[in-house]
Design a binder for this molecule. Structure first.
Ligand SMILES: Cc1cc2nc3c(=O)[nH]c(=O)nc-3n(C[C@H](O)[C@H](O)[C@H](O)COP(=O)(O)OP(=O)(O)OC[C@H]3O[C@@H](n4cnc5c(N)ncnc54)[C@H](O)[C@@H]3O)c2cc1C
Length: 573
């Protein structure tokens, strides 16, 4: 049996992008009703864990829209679509101001103006913050504001497994109600995917367990291309062992990165970051850390080699005022008090620049299907995202997708419900067959582990053609073995084993897209650093990669980059 729910717009995801899209949709049209379907309670979305801040030009400051635009495009290694990056910077300030009106307590200077901190790759300080718990405050403000609208109807703990496309048009989604195991069909004239990133394809990540690339895999199977998947951001300051993030704000507030000899190697050696030193962009600092470790200047710990982040010179008062959460995390998870000791750190998988292909409106090529936030690739981040641009991106493009989806929903007709119901029933049968599936002999944990190890080896901070090819070759058989999974739990109620199996299936598709796109990009650009091809090659590779699902296997294609103002130039700081 499939339960049917009808709304005008269906939003998948209750993180920063999903909530902002929902509010924009109901505000754009006083009659519209929105379903917000999320696999976790909205406040548990990964947005909540963001620490450092959100970027926007502060009027009257030394900053300008032009500078933010240029920094973003340069940070992207000239792969960003410049029309999108320009729209982003224009909308950033109104969005962050709006968030304050909804209750977000931005930290202030003594004179009452909005406080900003420097972030990597930015020419001036433009990162708004609320101490170092920014994601919590932003998500909370959005969530509270969304509750003012009865027309945003929440379906928490509903796991979306399929996008319904009929006659080439998106008509809704199919989901499992996690509590009861009942299948649900959410019909809508527009659907927005706001499902976040896919860090869990890797063994070592700052990402929460729920970040399994579901929306990317769903859109891919529905026929939308995945764009720029090879560009994966490693954050240079993760805690060894857990991968827990020590925010870039710790460098923004003046932290030093040291090797085993106590040397500030970003200052003393030439790693391309110039005067910016610790405030260089993430891709470059991650690479410098790996090279220091390879040169024998790392430290050895129980979880491999690492370097150090030193905050001691900031003093206890500043650490408690600006970075209290950093202190709490370091003490709790690695037993180090940064007031007295440097924090062990290493690069860790953090963010997906790539994702579901959309245009500047958040629209995918399938009519009625939109995407926003980390799951989408608009693209404004190109080959490398600048820290603190992502939270703002969720607001700017979440809002845009909400408005566009509401307008589209108003002007379009309902689909053929009988056909859609039959498709949803087929999906229900597929999931029923997974519960307690005894055929085959493959264990989920083994396949997941092999996938993660292979991804780390092939698609790390530095990549080699041979190891990327090897990862591509290893992933295809893993997908074959996935079809032989054995599951134990036959119950319908809170069957988390089935959900994990579905997530693993999604990750395998996403991982394969990352590896194939990476192996085909024979140059180094932004976060894609290939040892065999150390230089950027604009003549052959100044284009977006596009991965398409076909029954015969993934197909790689390309798409032109939109360049409006800034011609590609050498990226150095
Ligand atoms: C530790 C950490 C710190 C960060 N700090 C910063 C920072 O300081 N500044 C910055 O700009 N960026 C930061 N980022 C990046 C930024 O936080 C994220 O890119 C952004 O919050 C993503 O928001 P989102 O709305 O796209 O997705 P998320 O917040 O991840 O939300 C995804 C939503 O989709 C739902 N969902 C997923 N799959 C399904 C499914 N199958 N069915 C139903 N629902 C589903 C989930 O339930 C969830 O509600 C940080 C990231 C991390 C991991």
């Amino acid at each position: 049996m499939v339960e049917v729910y009808r709304h005008d717009v269906v939003i998948v995801g209750g993180g920063g992008a999903g909530l902002r899209a929902a509010i924009a949709a109901v505000e754009a049209d006083p009659k519209i009703s929105v379903a917000m379907v999320s696999k976790v309670y909205p406040m548990r979305s990964h947005t909540v864990s963001a620490e450092g801040g959100a970027a926007a030009y502060v009027p009257g400051s030394e900053d300008s829209l032009e500078k933010h635009f240029y920094d973003t495009v340069k940070g992207s290694d000239f792969l960003a679509d410049q029309d999108c990056a320009e729209y982003f910077v224009e909308q950033a300030t109104p969005e962050l101001t709006l968030l304050e009106h909804w209750g977000c307590p931005w930290s202030r200077n003594d004179d009452g103006t909005v406080a900003t901190r420097p972030f990597g790759g930015m020419t001036v300080p433009r990162t708004w913050y609320a101490a170092d718990k920014v994601g919590f405050h932003m998500l909370h403000s959005l969530f509270q504001h969304s509750m003012r609208f009865d027309r945003i109807v929440r379906y928490d703990e509903n796991f979306v497994t399929r996008i319904l496309v009929d006659d080439g048009v998106c008509r809704g989604v199919v989901a499992i109600d996690i509590r009861s195991g009942v299948m649900r069909m959410f019909l809508g004239r527009a659907v927005i995917l706001a499902t976040g990133g896919a860090g869990k394809c890797f063994p070592f990540t700052t990402n929460g367990t729920i970040k399994t690339g579901d929306g990317m895999a769903l859109a891919y199977r529905a026929g939308v291309g995945l764009k720029d998947m090879e560009f994966l951001q490693y954050h240079p300051t993760g805690l060894p062992g857990t991968g827990i993030l020590i925010t870039e704000a710790s460098r923004g507030e003046g932290g030093y990165v040291l090797n085993s000899e106590g040397e500030r190697f970003l200052v003393t050696r030439d790693y391309g970051v110039g005067q910016k030193a610790e405030l260089g962009p993430r891709d470059m600092i991650s690479r410098a850390e790996i090279l220091e470790i390879e040169a024998g200047r790392g430290l050895q710990g129980p979880y491999g080699e690492y370097v150090l982040l030193d905050l001691r010179h900031l003093g206890e008062a500043k650490i408690m005022a600006k970075l209290p959460f950093v202190r709490e995390l370091a003490r709790t998870y690695i037993g180090v008090d940064p007031v007295y000791e440097p924090i062990p750190i290493r690069p860790v998988v953090h963010y997906m620049m790539g994702g579901v292909d959309t245009d500047i409106r958040g629209a995918t090529p399938i009519p009625g299907l939109y995407a926003a936030g980390e799951t989408a690739c608009v693209s404004m981040n190109g080959a490398n995202r600048l820290g603190s641009n992502s939270l703002t991106e969720c607001l700017v493009f979440g809002a845009r997708a909400g408005v566009e989806a509401a307008a589209y929903a108003k002007g379009s007709a309902d689909g053929n419900e009988a056909r859609l119901r039959s498709e949803a029933e087929t999906e229900g049968a597929r999931i029923d067959a997974l519960r307690g599936r005894k055929k085959g002999g493959e264990k989920m944990s083994v396949i997941r582990h092999e996938m993660q190890v292979s991804m780390e080896r092939g698609c790390g901070v530095y990549r080699k053609q041979e190891s990327m090819n090897q990862t591509v070759a290893e992933l295809a058989p893993l997908k074959g073995r996935y079809a032989d999974l054995v599951l134990e739990d036959t119950s319908k109620v809170f069957n988390t084993e089935v959900l994990q199996a579905l997530e693993l299936g999604n990750m395998l598709d996403v991982a394969e897209s990352i590896a194939i796109a990476a192996a085909a990009r024979r140059e180094s650009r932004g976060a894609h650093a290939c040892r065999d091809y150390p230089n950027r090659n604009d003549a052959e590779f100044l284009h977006h990669s596009m991965m398409f699902f076909t029954p015969a296997g993934p197909r790689l294609d390309k798409k032109a980059v939109t360049i409006t103002r800034f011609q590609p130039e050498e990226r150095k700081y």
